[in-house]
Design a protein around this ligand. Structure first.
Ligand SMILES: Nc1ncnc2c1ncn2[C@@H]1O[C@H](COP(=O)(O)OP(=O)(O)OP(=O)(O)O)[C@@H](O)[C@H]1O
Length: 313
């Protein structure tokens, strides 16, 4: 049996821009064939990391290897073997769909026909618009074309920087189905996203905050890092509810979550009935309290808590 190989390895990788530490000694391995997600808010360092792996930015400290090659010493070889889709669209707006694709194929010394089987599923959806200029496509279509362009030279590794940001829900779902199919073809994908529902579709995810990895786990396992009792609370008035909960001494975290408020209590013994009673005593009406299983987003918020706690005093 073939030993498991690493597609990407970071060894205390660091990058600083003036005073900002965009990446702080990050160490991580991503195996061949993995669909790996980076989750983090704006400024977490996701773009910086992907740009270093795409050999477009030099590391400031530490080392990174892509497909077993050093990103500084072997940048030319790496560029031939990876596909990179930057956050802002990489397309030529004045070229048509077909011209864009042909352009990207040509710079890699290949043709659309040569690798058509890889892009076929995606390109079929674009074909009716192949004479249209890229600038005139919808957001979802642009993103599919950008993915085709990143794939047309049959890369072994795909680096996708927030590919679905600002794209409608249907196109987002279709895009992730495509990533699943690419995985079946053995392509390793590193993708950054601010969307927690997308995190659940990855083999493993890394939570990032201020250039650091908070946790790296499978989507199922990551929620076990959430250890405090979690309650979903509803009342007639949401904002007074949030304000009051935040003022209570045992509150650990309180945040709006859809129409409910997700509340964690510092006491492991906190009970639903007790909470319900104290809310009713405060005069809240139509109160519902339910102890729930934490999801990926709850876990992410909880792991970010130290800094949030400071902000909330
Ligand atoms: N070229 C640069 N010059 C100065 N600061 C930079 C530069 N690039 C990134 N930064 C800073 O580094 C930090 C990480 O930025 P980065 O773009 O990697 O984050 P991100 O997680 O990708 O967020 P976003 O989704 O906003 O791009 C931020 O504080 C950002 O302002």
């Amino acid at each position: 049996m073939k030993a498991e190989k690493q597609a990407v390895q970071l060894f205390a990788l660091a990058k600083r821009f003036g005073k900002v530490e965009a990446l702080q000694e990050m160490t991580l391995s991503v195996g061949e064939g993995e669909l790996f997600g980076f989750i983090g808010a704006d400024g977490a360092g996701k773009t910086t990391l992907l740009r270093i792996l795409a050999t477009l930015l030099l590391p400031g400290g530490g080392r990174a290897e892509v497909l077993g090659l050093d990103v500084v010493a072997s940048y030319r070889d790496i560029r031939r073997r990876i596909g990179y889709m930057p956050g802002r669209f990489s397309l030529y707006q004045d070229l048509t769909v077909e011209e864009n694709l042909r352009f990207f194929a040509t710079i890699f010394g290949t043709t659309i026909a040569e690798n058509y089987d890889l892009i076929r599923d995606i390109y079929i959806q674009l074909e009716p618009f192949k004479e249209r200029r890229a600038g005139k496509l919808s957001g979802g279509m642009k993103q599919k074309l950008a993915l085709c362009c990143a794939l047309v030279h049959r890369p072994e590794l795909l680096l996708l920087d927030e590919p679905t940001t600002g794209v409608d829900a249907v196109s987002r779902a279709e895009f992730w189905q495509m990533l699943g199919r690419l995985k079946e073809q053995g392509i390793t994908t590193l993708v950054s996203t601010p969307y927690m529902d997308e995190a659940a579709l990855c083999d493993r995810i890394a939570f990032m905050q201020e250039g650091r990895l908070l946790a790296v786990e499978t989507p199922d396992a990551i929620t076990t890092l959430f250890r405090k009792p979690l309650f979903a609370i509803r009342a007639r008035q949401t904002w007074p509810l949030i304000t009051w909960l935040r003022s209570t001494p045992d509150a650990h975290s309180v945040y709006a979550f859809g129409r409910a408020v997700h509340y964690t209590d510092n006491r492991l013994s906190a009970s639903r009935d007790e909470l319900l009673l104290s809310l009713q005593r405060q005069g809240f009406t139509d109160v519902e309290v339910q102890q729930i299983k934490p999801g990926i987003e709850d876990t992410f918020m909880a792991l970010m808590e130290p800094e949030r706690g400071e902000r909330h005093g």
